[in-house]
Design a protein around this ligand. Sequence first.
Ligand code: ADP
Length: 494
Amino acid sequence: MAKPLNVLFLSSEVEPFAKTGGLADVSGALPQTIKSLDHEIRIMMPRYGGINERKLKLHDMIRLKDIPVPIGSKSVLASVKSSFLNTNNTKVQVYFLDNHFLFGRSGLYVHPDTKKDYPDNDDRFIFFARGVLETLKRMGWQPDIIHCNDWQTGLVPAFLKTLYKDDPFYKDTKTVFTIHNMAYQGVFPKSSFPKTGLPKELFSEKGVEAWGNLNMLKSGLVFSDAITTVSEKYAEEIRSSDEYGCGLQDILARRKSDLCGIINGIDYNVWNPALDELIPHRYDFKTIDLKQENKQALLNKMDLPTIPGMPLIGIISRLADQKGFDLIGEILDDMMKLNLQIVVLGTGEKRYHDLFERAAAKFPDHIAVHLSFNNDLAHLIEAGSDMFLMPSRYEPCGLNQLYSLKYGTVPIVRATGGLDDSIENFSPANGNGTGFKFTKYQSSELLKTIQRAVQIYSDQTIWRKIIRNGMSKDFSWEASAKKYLQLYRGVTRK
Ligand code: ADP
C-alpha cells in the first residue's frame, strides 16, 4: 500500500473558528474526511481577533514564537496557536498564525462597521502565505501537499517555485490550488508587489501581475501544480468565458489539463434534520410531518402569520450581486400575487438590505427579513421552509441547495455551476427530479419557475415525491475526499 500522505490545508476561514461563507464549511469538513481515510492532514489559518480562545480551546505553541516573516524590507513576527477540529470523531490539528497587529481584529477581510476592505490586506495575506512556509520549517513538519484555497493563499505556490526553490525542506512539496470563487482575486496596486519579496520578473503577464496590479488569485493559478474548483460545471464555465472566468479564463484554458472540478460535500453531522440540535423538531423522511412544526416555529420567530396551504420560501445568503437578487427585485410584486411567504436571512450590500427591508414593510404578512449572520436561524430556515430560493448569476458550488435537499426543502435554482450539477429539474412526466431550475438569467424565467413550483406544491402527493427524491440524495464528503486524494497522489508523482 502507498504510504499515507502529509497534507497541509490552508484556508482563511474554517468553521467553527471563522466564517463568512461556504469556504469555511468546506475547510471544516473536508480535512476531517481526508483524515478519516487514514492520511495526515493539518490546517493552518490566521488567528483573527474574533476567535474565542477559551470556547474554541486555542493554546500557545511555546516553541513557535517570534518567527521572523519578511514583508518587503520589514520583518514581522509570527507565533502559532493550536486547537483541534473534531465534529466527526476524527481529530484534525488546526494551527493559527498569529500577529496581533495584522490579524487581531474582529473582521476577516472587511471592517465590520464600514464594510470596506482593510487597507492592509496585502500585508496581511503576504504575511500569512510567507509565514506558513517559515513556520513549517520551524515545526519540522514536511507536507507532501500544500492545499491552498482562494486568493488569500495564492502566493504560496509562487513562493515555493521561486524563493524556496532550492530549499531542501520543500524539495518534495507540491501544491494544489482550489478556486471557491473566481470573482474574488485579491487585487492590490503595483506598489504592493515589492512586499512579496518575489523576483522582479514575476511582475509580468507570465507571473502574478494582471492589468497592472498584483493579483494573488492569478499567482495560485499560474504556479500551483494542480488546480481544482468546486463543481465540474464551474470548471468548464471559468475556462470558457470572460463572464465566469473574470478575466483569467485564458490562464485556465492554458492549464486545462491541470484543472478539474470536484463537487463539495456536506457534513451530515452538522446539516442533518435527524440530528440537528438547533431546530425544535428533529425529523427524517418517515417523520416528515414534523417539518410543519418547524415551519410554525419559523413563522413565529419571524413574526409572520400562519396561512394554511401557503408555501414558505427560504433565502439564506450573502447579499451580493452574484446571488441573483436583482432578479428577485424586479418581480417581487408579481411573486406576491402567487400567494407565498418569504423569509430572508442575509447580510451584505446595502442596496439589497434596502430592497428586502422595503419589501418587508410593504408586505408585512408575507415577507420577513433578518439582516445579520445567524447560524441558528440558518438551520431553522432550512428545516421550516417549503422551498429554498437560489437564483444565482453564477455559483461555484453552492451549499445551501445541498442542505435544502437533506431538509426536504425543495430548491429553486438557476442552472449554473454547482447548482446545475447538484439539482435535477423535476419532471411531472416521470416523477424524477429534486427541484426547479431555469437557465436564462432573466426575471421572467425566475417568475415562471416559482409559479411552476407553487402550482405543484398545491398537490402534496407529488410534492412529497420531490421531497423524497431530494432527501435520498447523498452528498456526503467521502466520494469527493477520495477524488482529492487521487489528485494529491497524481501531483506527488509529477
Ligand atoms: P458562498 O460561499 O458564496 O457565500 P455557499 O452557498 O457556498 O455560498 O455557502 C454559504 C454558507 O454560509 C452556508 O453555510 C450558509 O448557510 C452560510 N450563510 C450565508 N449567509 C448566512 C447568514 N446570513 N447567516 C448564517 N449563515 C449564512
